[in-house]
Design a protein. Sequence first.
Length: 149
Amino acid sequence: MKRFSMLLAAGLVAATSLVGCAALSTQTPAQIAQNICPGVQSEIGTLKQSGVFTGGAQATLTNQVQPDVDAVCAQGATVTVVNIRNLVQATFPIVVTAIGNSSLTDQQKLQATLAVGVVVTGINTALSLQSAPITTTPAPTPASGTIAS
């Protein structure tokens, strides 16, 4: 139980560091990864070694989750918005499902799921602050014979 309380606290710290109150500056995908990866890698490692995930859940963590985490967090990875979005939209839901199917107590499942949710919210907020590409479209020219106002 203490472990999951610490996880929730770590998730809150990670989210705060991603979307700090003082300055909501945009972060590059690499900066987002730098902020989230230590906690994500640590938690995935803990889940894999904890013994609460067995059989299919353990295989899912190893074969589906870990490659997506590595795409963002491995040493030398080229981090893109696409692989961060994949981590949030595809991988974290798998982790939540694995938590739900684990032998954790209901309270631990709730805390672990909340921690994942906090991290997802932080990442989504950081991604939403990414500058959208600015495109300019010339204003339409009035047809001849019409009066422009």
